[in-house]
Ligand binder design. Structure first.
Ligand SMILES: [Mg+2]
Length: 273
């Protein structure tokens, strides 16, 4: 795994060759610092400005793919000319892409029931936040400090969902202090990235798109794999981590911001936007 800045000469050479550049990124923990409650995750002003400038560069298409619901994500980022992938890519909207996973819709009534059940069970535990996101559902427990208590939360979650999971009605995934319930479909951030990459590498002046994908969590690993397969540049955000499928890393959301800035400067150097 290489630090992305130590591979910068290689990156700039790839940028020069690319007809189009896809900058795809996760949101929480990648563009924003990890916070105690998901509603507090605000885009730093500098990052927002850089994203806006990148989105305005005609060589670049920007996409943000998150476990958040699409509307929530769009509200937090606020630009209209970028691609948003909500619920880990089950819903994707933006320039050139409009996708809604057809089977995801079927799970809505069951998710509603599971949400009500989980919300009731964790009602007396304010450190646990149950979030209903339409097509998926999250249980956040970052505020549960004691590891034994966290274990208990995971145990309760699993026992409640065991039946539905063994019947194949739902899928369960986990990330940094978050447990998720998803539809039982083979769809994830990797498939979302693949779909976007396909749209942007079809013929015409869009051939030869170079894709970056930046992410900090387990759910980003699928995206790293698909970007790698598509000849792109997968970047893990966090301490150097050899168990990640990404070949590059940046230390923190602060470094991600520095990367966006360097990318923008390089593109401006290479020619008029
Ligand atoms: Mg993240």
């Amino acid at each position: 795994m290489k630090h992305l800045f130590s591979a910068w000469p290689e990156v700039t050479a790839r940028l020069r060759e690319a007809r189009h550049i896809l900058v795809l990124s996760d949101y929480d923990g990648t563009l924003t610092p990890i916070v105690e409650r998901p509603e507090l995750a605000v885009l730093p002003e500098e990052t927002r400005e850089l994203l806006g400038r990148l989105a305005g560069n005609r060589r670049v298409t920007l996409g943000i793919i998150s476990g958040r619901a699409l509307d929530d994500l769009r509200q937090r980022v606020g630009f209209s000319n970028i691609i948003y992938g909500g619920n880990h890519g089950l819903e994707i909207e933006g320039p050139g892409v409009n996708f809604f996973h057809p089977l995801a819709e079927e799970i809505r009534p069951l998710l509603r029931l599971i949400y009500e059940l989980l919300a009731r069970v964790f009602r007396g535990t304010p450190a646990v936040l149950v979030e209903h996101k339409g097509l998926t559902l999250s249980v956040h427990y970052r505020l549960v400090e004691d590891e034994k208590e966290a274990e208990k939360v995971r145990g309760i979650f699993e026992s409640i969902l065991a039946g539905a999971r063994s019947l194949g009605k739902i899928k369960i995934t986990s990330g940094k202090k978050v447990l998720e319930v998803r539809p039982p479909v083979n769809w994830h951030k990797g498939k979302a990235v693949q779909l976007i990459m396909k749209k942007y590498s079809k013929g015409g002046n869009r051939s030869g798109a170079l894709a970056f994908y930046l992410g900090d969590d387990l759910t980003d690993e699928d995206a790293f794999q698909f970007v790698e397969k598509g000849g792109g540049i997968p970047v893990f955000v966090g301490e150097e981590n050899d168990s990640s499928a990404a070949g590059y890393f940046l230390d923190s959301p602060g470094e991600v911001s520095a990367f966006l800035k360097s990318l923008l400067e390089e593109l401006e150097k290479q020619g008029p936007a």
